[in-house]
Design a protein around this ligand. Structure first.
Ligand SMILES: [Zn+2]
Ligand SMILES: [Zn+2]
Length: 284
């Protein structure tokens, strides 16, 4: 862990304490809640389902806007994010998985971000994205969008706008996003047999606008939706569906029936993920 380099991350968590001085306004609370959910959408629908998995298509301008929106979350650059996520799927819960809970809960949640080992963008994992100069620019100057958003928050509601609207929502958004790396490999149920410890959880799906259906996602990563059935609430997917009706995105892909029906844990298949997880957790 590089504590010196982690100071900005820690400060983002401490700044909201300044409400003692700034006070809380209704406008700043609305700003905070809105910025949490809007930016969560950019992270889940954009950084995750589009840039990391290419599970649907969009034009170049929309692609830039999606990347810009996600970058306002201050979760480093879009190419950095997508490359590390692709690595996670390639090596889920293996020794080399960057953020497997096998390495400890805190490590999978935030520790891996605070160490120097994973600072660099793995361009070898994202050649399809790195060919766009505007995305490379955004990846390099990833602090520009959050800074612009912070200034906008000051313009909207002064100091409470900055402290509650920007900093508090950014800190909460970190942990909402991080639960996918940590808790969705620990809590919830497994429906499909996968070679990892991914799970499905309604609560985590509500917090993250649909990402809590993580076992579904690990099982069939090509799908734009992660809630596979009508009762699996997946807000990001509903918004993407709306955007496809408006022709702002296209090529939405949902799992075929045979994929939905096969490889269920209850089918009596050997659940590699479960066995692996148990063995490793017990021995840890
Ligand atoms: Zn993924
Ligand atoms: Zn995962």
């Amino acid at each position: 862990m590089n504590w010196a380099a982690s100071v900005p991350f820690i400060l983002i968590h401490l700044v909201p304490l300044a409400i003692i001085f700034t006070g809380v306004t209704a406008r700043s609370v609305i700003l905070c809640v809105t910025l949490y959910f809007v930016r969560m959408f950019f992270i889940t629908a954009g950084f995750h389902r589009y840039f990391s998995h290419r599970s649907y298509k969009m034009g170049r301008i929309m692609q830039f806007l999606m990347a810009f929106g996600g970058t306002t979350s201050a979760q480093k650059g879009v190419l950095w994010w997508a490359a590390h996520h692709r690595h996670h799927h390639k090596h889920s819960d293996e020794e080399s998985d960057i953020h497997s809970p096998r390495h400890g809960f805190w490590w999978s949640h935030a520790g891996w971000i605070l160490c120097d080992k994973y600072n660099e963008t793995r361009f070898d994992l994202i050649p399809d994205l790195a060919k766009y100069p505007e995305l490379r620019w955004l990846n390099r100057f990833h602090l520009v969008p959050p800074t612009m958003l912070a200034i906008a928050c000051v313009a909207i509601d002064g100091w409470p706008g900055l402290v509650i609207g920007f900093f508090l929502s950014t800190a909460v958004l970190y942990h909402g996003t991080f639960t996918i790396n940590s808790l969705t490999h620990v809590f919830g149920r497994r429906r499909y047999v996968t070679a990892d410890t991914s799970r499905n959880s309604l609560i985590l799906a509500l917090i993250t606008l649909g990402e809590g259906w993580h076992n579904n996602h690990h099982y069939y990563q090509r799908a734009t939706n992660q809630g596979f059935f009508w009762w699996e609430i997946d807000i990001s997917f509903y918004v993407l569906k709306l955007l496809s009706w408006l022709r702002l995105v296209r090529g939405i892909h949902t799992p075929p029936q045979r994929v939905l029906d096969s490889n269920r844990v209850k089918d009596g298949c050997i659940d590699v993920g479960m066995l692996t997880a148990r063995g490793k957790f017990l021995s840890a």
